[in-house]
Design a protein around this ligand. Structure first.
Ligand code: MG
Length: 379
């Protein structure tokens, strides 16, 4: 029986992880749940899974807790994340909150000796060196939940210790893959929120349309697999069946395939090194008939070039890339800037804030603050 704490339990990853816990009550016991502000959803989860601790990170009035849920220790604010990551008893901590708050939670969980199931991108993007150092010292390898990184991690299980020459990071290409530059420039939030294959939150769906998501994933792969950016190739694969692949020096390529359903990578991280029954069917190859692959167009999607530049620059450049993008996406979703302005705002922030250090958590949080300010102009 594994004890699992879930940070961000009402989001897309969190609810699917709980779906797996529901399927396997003999294998998982939920000890802590946190959400940002989805009260009713969290209350229903606490009622069903009966964790020892639960919290809303945006805070709440204790009077709001329903009488029948008072068996559980309730916390609010950032302390709720700390308690769920490091204080409450757990073998595994699934970090599926969105944003840079994930960095502190991952460091907290590793320091407390927990196995981290990583669904938060920002922790590696902004503090990859701190997180991987700590995970190595703790002897607890990070278990990736992002579908591409789970695929690469799964392929490496068959590598017998051989390091790959190259990683092939697949990308769906998003809803604007076949659009021309001018049309992408003027895309609306409704158009950006229509993802062809994956059902995800709003921020990551926009990132998928701009390919900023793939830029962030190049950064994740760099740290998870200790691979320089020039050996991580992005391959556009619109069917989202091949979730990524690794190339070895003998020319062999190992890939992981499956239908686009996050329960597979979530379940793999939860049960590693075993495999769990997830309720996901195998892809119907006969019905698919063929799979296609394309080279990404970096003129249409400058995010890929910017991500590589940030990785090469080092220091806090990736933190600036991430923070500036987050603010630019928020401005786009509010109708404040056109879609095509997102990468321009990020590039301007990277130029303005080049050379910031990232030696510790405080450095990183400061670079994040400055990056956001560079985009919002202090609004
Ligand atoms: Mg992904």
């Amino acid at each position: 029986m594994k004890k699992i704490a879930i940070l961000g339990s009402t989001g897309s990853i969190g609810t699917q992880a709980l779906d797996l816990c529901r399927r396997h009550p003999d294998r998982y016991r939920v000890t802590a749940l946190t959400a940002r502000n989805s009260r009713e959803k969290l209350f229903a989860q606490v009622r069903e899974f009966r964790p020892e601790m639960a919290g809303l990170t945006e805070g709440f009035d204790p009077k709001e807790i329903p009488e029948d849920l008072k068996f559980c220790r309730w916390m609010s604010g950032p302390e709720a994340l700390h308690a769920a990551a490091a204080e409450e008893e757990a073998d595994q901590v699934l970090v599926s909150i969105v944003g840079i708050a994930g960095l502190r939670s991952v460091l907290d969980a590793l320091q407390a000796g927990r196995q981290v199931l990583l669904a938060n991108k920002e922790a590696l993007v902004t503090g990859g060196h701190l997180v991987t150092d700590l995970a190595a010292k703790a002897g607890k390898p990070l278990l990736p939940v992002d579908s591409e990184h789970s695929a690469i991690f799964q392929c490496l299980q068959g590598a017998g210790g051989n390091r790959p020459e190259k990683i092939l990071l697949t990308a769906s290409g998003g809803p604007f893959r076949t659009w021309d530059r001018e049309r992408i420039e003027r895309a609306t939030p409704a158009e950006a929120l229509k993802h062809p294959n994956w059902d995800m939150g709003a921020k990551i769906t926009v990132d998928s349309a701009s390919m900023f998501n793939k830029g962030l994933e190049i950064m994740e792969a760099r740290w998870l697999f200790d691979m320089p950016e020039d050996r991580i190739e992005v391959v556009v694969h619109p069917e989202s069946i091949v979730h990524s692949a690794v190339v070895f020096r003998d020319g062999a390529v190992l890939a992981q395939l499956g239908v686009p359903d996050m329960r597979v990578p979530i379940g793999y991280a939860m049960a590693y090194p075993e495999r769990l029954e997830t309720g996901v069917a195998e892809p119907d190859l006969f019905r698919l008939g063929s799979l296609t692959f394309e080279k990404p167009d970096e003129r249409k999607f400058p995010a890929l070039r910017l991500a590589r530049e940030a990785l090469r620059a080092g220091g806090a450049a990736c933190t600036v890339f991430n923070g500036a993008n987050e603010e630019a996406v928020a401005a786009f979703l509010r109708g404040g800037i056109p879609f095509g302005e997102i990468p321009r705002r990020v590039e301007a922030a990277m130029e303005k804030l080049s050379g910031l250090p990232a030696d510790c958590l405080d450095d990183i949080l400061e670079a994040d603050r400055q990056a956001r300010l560079a985009v919002t102009g202090g609004r």
